[in-house]
Design a protein around this ligand. Structure first.
Ligand code: FE
Length: 200
């Protein structure tokens, strides 16, 4: 998959995936069209651009924002973004007083349909262990100096419930369109390990 456009040798994981794919196809356990659809889904359809659209719309449409905060799962489902790992999502709003950050201390639960596949650091033991114990330290490592006046809330995801952080709309973005705003929203700002920077 990642090697489609260049000739680097396949990694061990990629080789294993290829072998598994061949066996599944050969044994008739999945068909090629289904496999292609699954790959297309994860390569092109799911990803943080979906979450960024939700955030930008929430920043510009107060009614939508209220709905998203009240019923994250329902609002996301209405937009056709429920899918695998996309049901049961709660949206946590960052404000001047509260910063939210998401972790899965047990494994790597994550809202795939709106954020894509989880980054490696999200799945790593140090992040999972420290996010709860020392969230400010983690934020510092991500380059975010969180003021002591701001309460940092950490949400522990699980198979039943995942979270999306609604970052604060950055200063200086008053005149931007929804599309321009969506382009500012990073994946990490929706996990809460980053903020959306002010526009100069
Ligand atoms: Fe998990």
């Amino acid at each position: 998959m990642a090697n489609k456009n260049h000739r680097a040798p396949l990694s061990d994981t990629q080789l294993r995936v290829k072998a598994l794919e061949s066996v599944l196809l050969e044994k008739g356990l999945v068909d090629q069209a289904t496999m292609d659809a699954i790959i297309d889904n994860y390569e092109n359809k799911v990803g943080p651009h979906n979450g960024a659209r939700l955030v930008a719309r929430a920043w510009t449409d107060p009614e939508f924002k209220a709905q998203l905060l009240k019923d994250g799962s329902g609002t996301i489902a209405k937009l056709g973004l429920a899918g695998i790992e996309g049901t049961h999502i709660e949206v946590k709003e960052n404000t001047a007083d509260v910063h939210n950050m998401v972790v899965c201390t047990l494994c790597s639960c994550y809202p795939w349909t709106i954020l894509g596949l989880p980054p490696t650091w999200y799945k790593s033991t140090p992040y999972r262990a420290r996010a709860v114990r020392d969230p400010r330290g983690i934020l510092k490592e991500f380059g975010v100096e969180m003021s002591e006046d701001v309460e940092v809330r950490v949400w522990d995801s699980n198979a039943e419930l995942r979270y999306l952080v609604l970052p604060m709309r950055p200063e200086g973005s008053e005149n931007l369109t929804e599309d321009e705003l969506a382009a500012l929203v990073t994946r990490d700002s929706m996990i809460g390990t980053s903020v959306v920077d002010a526009i100069n």
